[in-house]
Design a protein around this ligand. Structure first.
Ligand SMILES: Nc1ncnc2c1ncn2[C@@H]1O[C@H](COP(=O)(O)OP(=O)(O)OP(=O)(O)O)[C@@H](O)[C@H]1O
Length: 243
């Protein structure tokens, strides 16, 4: 709880096997981001615990905890510096070649090579000169450089065109290979690619399992799935009306 009088997470308990990917889904305010904040120790839990390899995260230094975590946040923080430096921030000791390689793996290298100043392009205040999709790729490239054993991804809610979205999802999935990964998934197309999905409601895990299993169960996840598909279908019909 953030304040004593209001419970946010309530008996939520789950395990992510090493190397697996898990998606946390649920309606707005269900407590998804709170789980990430607790993992990162932005806040200490008031009860219960989080263990990595059996070790309570309160028992390790913040430095060592955060060294093992790589984060792709909803909003990437960029410095008004060159794009090269912004990627290199993932691991300051990285060589130029390593930065280019990370950028390739995040599918942003070719875009950068088309900028007039290439890797020396200054991104502007808060990355103003980059699109939303490009900023997300910068944070993916940073995590490729950092090579953490655990990946945390708070999927951006901002709308991207479907080609960019698919390509970013592709990069994220390659980032999660052989890494314990937790996705806060706003798009169920992301969730469906994970080994397991956790459905959170009012701070409690109400369903857990792989996509096909949860769909066939016909419960809360199946409901969220059909809602999202319906809203996408109606978005598409809106577009065709405008045309
Ligand atoms: N710093 C805070 N102080 C007090 N309450 C907070 C704080 N941060 C979040 N909350 C409350 O905790 C609840 C869960 O928030 P959380 O951000 O974890 O939800 P979420 O599931 O990630 O939602 P969304 O999908 O909208 O991002 C919300 O009702 C929110 O108002």
């Amino acid at each position: 709880r953030y304040v004593p009088e209001r419970k946010i997470l309530d008996g939520a308990s789950f395990t992510v096997p090493a190397g697996n990917s898990v998606a946390i889904v649920g309606t707005s305010g269900s407590g998804k981001s709170t789980i990430l904040r607790l993992l990162f120790r932005f806040f200490e839990s008031t009860s219960g615990s989080i263990r990595i390899d059996g070790q309570d995260i309160r028992g390790v230094t913040l430095e060592s905890l955060r060294k093992s975590l790589g984060v792709v946040p909803q909003d990437t923080v960029l410095f008004n510096d060159t794009i090269k430096h912004n990627i290199q921030y993932g691991r300051l000791s990285a060589t130029d070649e390593e930065v280019y390689d990370a950028a390739r793996r995040a599918s942003i290298h070719d875009t950068i090579m088309n900028f007039p100043d290439k890797y020396d392009t200054v991104v502007g205040e808060r990355g103003l000169k980059l699109s939303g999709g490009e900023k997300q790729r910068v944070s993916i490239a940073r995590v490729f450089l950092k090579e953490p054993s655990i990946l945390l991804c708070d999927e951006a809610t901002s709308a991207l065109d479907s080609t960019t979205e698919a390509s970013i999802l592709n990069s994220l999935m390659s980032l999660s290979v052989d890494r314990t990964s937790i996705f806060i998934a706003h798009r169920l197309t992301t969730a469906m690619q994970c080994d397991e999905i956790i459905v959170l409601e009012n701070g409690t895990v109400v369903e857990q399992g792989p996509h096909d299993f949860l769909l066939s169960k016909g419960g809360r996840y199946a409901e969220l799935w059909s809602q999202q598909n319906n809203s996408e279908a109606s978005d598409a019909s809106d577009v065709s009306l405008e045309v």
